[in-house]
Design a protein around this ligand. Structure first.
Ligand code: SF4
Length: 739
């Protein structure tokens, strides 16, 4: 159900549910709480259950639930309430439904911690795993995992406080519902897996700040999560079962225990004693919060196979709305990636220094906290086909893949062929890539509206916004690759750390969006450009989606807000041109990367995504905008002006929850000494294409595929930009026979 009310004035730490309406009591009686039962990520009676495909990822999260503590203690705020608000916001940023805090109750500490038995198997597998990955620092990742697996875990006795995360589940499967066979009975595991990801990241975050912390999951824990949930005000015991007044019993838990002192929440009153007002107008219509009685159960009114957004209403077309000269698309080596070029010194010493070891990720603690799990999942992204094949029709397989992906939490899924021209020519080692799969499952993860609303797009949370979405895909895309492999087909999740395909053309073929002025960013009509993608390639035959046309080409022609707001001037204010066989608004990736890697006032940048008029909150009053933008292309100039006039894309300080801490030489996180990037809109700036100096590096200027320097020739890049031609002229030249 579309929301009627905006939650722009609701601070992030209050979360999506109006929990402030609920009655609380001073102390909970934990003696009545049913003991937590450890969850096994295995379903031996149903070999194709998605639970089995989650096993290794859950075990990996359990391996990294504790670790080294930064010896340099951060200069973080000391007010316990500010700390709680910050950590809760981080949990909500990671999509938790509820986050609660409590002092760690003695009776919640288990005499014998539970340990995921799959960790031993994972340790064995990792000894023999073929590390094809060239992800930066893979040796360090392996060493970290080995150490974590072998290390004795000290008691959590010094821990004084706990943060508890609750993830709610979607509705039950309906009879005969297409695509649902794989996830029957997987609800606890789904919520438990997602909660584990968040707890592991937050525990790592607190350790990076210099405080002893550990994550506890449904499969590996030193604490009874049920007792913690009651103590932290996330549940009461109703008829012997854990229950939340708005969510009911459909959820999974994880927690972090820590020495970091935080303010605590009060336990909930039992359901029968809750005030009537807790279920009144505000809850029914969502006047105070984004979650309300009408939308609380995900997928209540949608089929899983269709996704949460009405993708079925989009106009489908035979070919993407931008021209691709498929036979002439130039395959380029992975080494052309600008971050790789910066790291290998192609763009000079300064950039090499600032990008070394992923400094742009390390410089902010939230992204560094996400980086560990992201690195660990690289080892699981390859799905080696099981010996026996399970046969489905392409439509059955596509339905299963889509419905399961949506059930797990992917925001948009599309399926297409995976032509050879979408693969890089050489991997990061310089070895030739021979395309192995001809099917592509493209997935999109929303970067989240709320935090982007509070961010300038290039401040100290920007990098974590990207990493959060990359991490979610690495988890869910990795699980899907394992699932497909269990059916007897080969599959690989192409993640930000290790991928062999170019994702934008695959997203176009799969109908997940259209080319936007931003350049390589594909814009989705329901998520805007506020997304990160990932692709699972496979040889499992799948039914394909078609490209979409929602009028974006006309809209972007009438709007150049992203170009105007780009802090590095990398986005073209000019026309679409042909680049390596694709018709796109070609941005200057060198300028973009240089800014993202070196900006002193933040960590990375996604300001184009933040300021685009398609970056919407998802409320009812925005519907006419989207409808008009999609159906009345002539209105595009007026709509773009209107978006500016109402101030969309500006900073919303209510939503700022992160701390502006920067890593210092001793490895500690301290308040940054640099002025923070906190930008308003530049409505008066008239950006003209003729005033821009942009460079591009098409295939003839691409570097060699090997991991050593290949200096960039910017002058040649500028000339190459000026030599690009429109698709019309390109086609005319082809027709004349002059390629
Ligand atoms: Fe297109 Fe305007 Fe969004 Fe840029 S800001 S991608 S031009 S709609």
């Amino acid at each position: 159900m579309t929301r009627l009310f905006s939650s722009k004035t609701r601070p992030v730490h209050m979360g999506p549910y109006p929990v402030e309406l609920l009655g609380r009591m001073p102390i909970a009686d934990l003696s009545r709480v049913p003991a937590m039962e450890a969850l096994r990520f295995e379903n031996a009676s149903a070999p194709h259950s998605i639970i089995n495909a989650m096993r290794e990822h859950q075990a990996m999260l359990d391996v990294i639930r504790s670790g080294l503590i930064n010896g340099a203690v951060a200069q973080a705020p000391t007010d316990p309430q500010e700390r709680t608000n910050h950590l809760k916001s981080f949990g909500y940023f990671a999509d938790a439904a509820l986050v609660g805090t409590c002092a760690l109750p003695h009776e919640a500490v288990l005499d014998t911690p539970t340990t995921n038995p799959d960790i031993d198997k994972l340790a064995e597998d990792l000894k023999t795993v073929q590390i094809k990955s060239l992800a930066a620092g893979i040796d360090m990742i392996m060493a970290d995992l080995k150490e974590s697996m072998e290390a004795e875990k000290p008691s959590i006795e010094p821990h004084s406080h706990a943060l508890v995360f609750l993830y709610e589940n979607p509705r039950d499967i309906k009879p005969e519902e297409p695509g649902t066979d794989w996830f029957e009975g997987a609800y606890c595991h789904r919520a438990g897996l997602l909660a584990s990801e968040t707890a592991v990241v937050l525990a790592n975050y607190l350790r990076l700040l210099g405080y002893d912390s550990r994550a506890h999951t449904l499969s590996s824990s030193d604490v009874d999560l049920n007792k913690l949930a009651v103590a932290a005000g996330l549940a009461t015991v109703e008829d012997g079962v854990l229950h939340h007044p708005y969510i009911g019993t459909r959820f999974g838990l994880a927690a972090v225990t820590t020495t970091f002192e935080i303010a605590t929440d009060l336990p909930l009153l039992p359901l029968k004693q809750q005030p009537k007002s807790a279920f009144g107008y505000a809850w029914r219509f969502g006047t105070k919060s984004s979650k309300n009685a009408g939308n609380a159960v995900p997928y209540a009114k949608r089929r899983f196979v269709d996704g949460a957004h009405p993708f079925e209403n989009l106009k489908r077309v035979e070919t993407p709305t931008t021209y691709i000269d498929e036979p002439r698309v130039a395959r380029v080596p992975k080494r052309t990636d600008m971050f790789a070029r910066a790291q290998f010194g192609d763009m000079g010493k300064k950039l090499q220094q600032t990008s070394k070891g992923g400094h742009y990720v390390r410089k902010a603690a939230p992204s560094m906290a996400q980086r560990r799990a992201l690195g660990a999942f690289v080892l699981l992204q390859e799905g080696i086909a099981a010996p026996e094949k399970t046969h489905y029709t392409p439509q059955e397989a596509a339905d299963l893949v889509k419905a399961t992906s949506y059930f797990l939490g992917v925001d948009a899924v599309g399926i297409s062929r995976c032509p050879d021209w979408t693969w890089y020519s050489h991997d990061a080692r310089g070895d030739e890539i021979v395309p192995t799969h001809d099917q592509a499952i493209s997935m999109v993860i929303d970067q989240g509206y709320e935090t982007m609303d509070g961010s300038s797009g290039d401040d100290w949370i920007a990098v974590a916004q990207s990493m959060r979405a990359y991490l979610r895909f690495s988890l869910l895309g990795g699980v899907m690759a394992k699932q497909i492999a269990s059916l007897g087909y080969s599959a690989k999740a192409h993640t930000v750390m290790d991928g062999e395909v170019l994702q934008p053309p695959l997203l176009l073929l799969a109908g997940l969006g259209e080319v936007s002025r931003i350049g390589e960013v594909i814009l989705n009509p329901y998520l805007g450009p506020r997304l990160k993608s990932g692709v699972v390639t496979t040889d499992l035959p799948l039914a394909h989606d078609k490209p979409i046309d929602f009028g974006l080409q006309t809209f972007c022609e009438s709007c150049n807000k992203c170009a105007r707001e780009c802090p590095s001037g990398a986005i073209t204010a000019g026309p679409k041109l042909m680049f390596n066989g694709y018709e796109i608004w070609k941005s200057d990736s060198q300028k973009c990367t240089t800014y993202r890697v070196t900006t002193p006032g933040g960590a990375m940048c996604g300001r184009c995504m933040k300021t685009c008029p398609w970056n919407l909150e998802g409320i009812f009053k925005e519907k006419p905008f989207r409808w008009a933008a999609m159906n009345m292309p002539k209105l595009a100039p007026a709509l773009a002006k209107l978006d500016d006039a109402v101030g969309n894309g500006g900073l919303n300080p209510v939503k700022k929850w992160w701390w502006d801490l920067e890593i210092t030489e001793d490895g500690g996180y301290r308040p940054t000494a640099q002025p923070v990037n906190a930008r308003g809109l530049q409505k008066d700036l008239k950006l003209r294409f003729e005033d821009q100096t942009l460079a591009v590096y098409p295939a003839p200027l691409a570097p060699h595929p090997y991991p050593y320097p290949f200096p960039m020739d910017r002058e040649a890049g500028i000339e190459a930009y000026q030599a690009m031609i429109t698709a019309e002229e390109y086609k005319a030249r082809l027709a004349r026979g002059d390629e």
